[in-house]
Design a protein around this ligand. Structure first.
Ligand SMILES: [Zn+2]
Ligand SMILES: [Zn+2]
Length: 359
């Protein structure tokens, strides 16, 4: 008889069930992690109302998996077993992982850019993920959690790495003014990463004032777009248009705002996921030699994100807006997190293992 574990399994739109599943066995190069905490990501919210990327009829091009699948890719935990060929990782090590799944042979993979693999997949979307007591991950994707970062805070390093990666793609941004549209976790991760990379000023635009104090305490400006015109806010607070706009919403209005606020020669970074294909004002871009950037997840930036958390540069507790269990996740918690993305920055699921907050 196989040993069983509890897991949150995606069966279909708004249908996530807690089920007993066999504890995974590590394949060659894999470890099994006993999950302590897992975060609900924007991706998970889209899939909850989806499917967007979860394979339902056709098996995934890389993993061969189809739904039902265990969701979740932002997690922390302790290694409980290691497969053949794994070296340098011990049982009990405090770890998290980059959830990217890649083929290893395509051109981007060979260049180390496995986040844009031709056959890209994602833990908890293209194969079983971390909303479970145990998850199998490739040892190559592991990051050790520094002692100064609690297992509860560590899952935040995954979305924070998205912002760090996006900023890296923009090149040297020292002395530049940034506008961030959408103060969700991805917008905030771009905000933190931009300031850390030397941006002169950063203005976060959002609906309502819930994120105002957090942004201002972290050294940025905030404007409520229901009360103030975004361009007026930028002119007043930044002293001009933006050198960089991070569009972190994924809606036509947000894209239009990003374009309107961008100075000539400026860069627009697209981080939002568009449910409808947007209309893009190409002529405005050409006229001002503006540049369009996109960013996809991250490569090795979780290490930098963990360092920021370890250095106390990010108020992790302020980013955690809900704590669920597997049971409360299935009995309304997921629905609430998915329906009210503005209410939550990061909703965490407490799954097992270490409970102390050592920091
Ligand atoms: Zn995520
Ligand atoms: Zn590849």
């Amino acid at each position: 008889m196989k040993k069983m574990m509890r897991a949150a399994v995606w069966h279909g739109r708004r249908d996530v069930r807690i089920e007993e599943r066999p504890i995974p066995e590590p394949k060659v190069g894999e470890v099994i992690v006993a999950v302590s905490w897992a975060g609900i990501c924007g991706t998970d919210r889209h899939e909850y109302f989806g499917p967007v990327f979860i394979p339902v009829t056709k098996p995934h091009r890389l993993t061969g998996c189809t739904a039902p699948l265990i969701m979740g890719h932002e997690f922390s935990g302790l290694i409980s077993a290691a497969g053949a060929g794994v070296s340098g990782w011990k049982e009990g090590a405090r770890v998290m992982a980059n959830g990217t799944l890649s083929c290893g042979v395509c051109k981007p993979c060979r260049e180390g850019r496995y986040n844009i693999c031709d056959k890209l997949g994602f833990l908890g979307v293209s194969c079983d993920g971390a909303f479970a007591e145990y998850v199998a991950v490739s040892a190559e994707r592991l990051f050790e959690i520094p002692p100064l970062v609690s297992l509860r805070h560590a899952p935040l390093a995954e979305p924070l790495a998205c912002g760090i990666h996006a900023v890296k793609l923009l090149g040297d941004i020292r002395g530049k003014c940034a506008v961030i549209i959408g103060p969700g976790i991805i917008g905030l991760s771009c905000f933190f990463a931009a300031l850390e990379a030397g941006a002169k000023a950063a203005l976060v635009l959002g609906v309502g004032t819930e994120r105002k104090a957090l942004v201002e305490k972290s050294g940025g400006f905030y404007a409520d777009i229901t009360k103030q015109d975004p361009l007026e806010a930028a002119l007043a607070l930044l002293g001009g248009k933006a050198d960089i706009c991070f569009e972190c919403v994924g809606a036509q209005t947000a894209l239009d705002t990003g374009v309107r606020l961008l100075a000539g020669g400026g860069s627009l970074m697209i981080m939002g996921v568009y449910e409808k294909p947007p209309i893009f004002p190409m002529n405005d871009f050409q006229e001002g030699e503006r540049r369009l950037f996109t960013s996809q997840a991250h490569v090795d930036e979780i290490a930098a994100a963990l360092s920021l958390l370890a250095a106390g540069k990010i108020n992790a507790d302020a980013l955690i807006t809900a704590e669920l269990t597997l049971d409360t996740l299935a009995s309304g918690g997921f629905e609430d997190a998915a329906r009210h993305p503005n209410k939550h920055i990061k909703a965490l699921v407490k799954i097992g293992g270490e409970t102390e907050h050592p920091v």
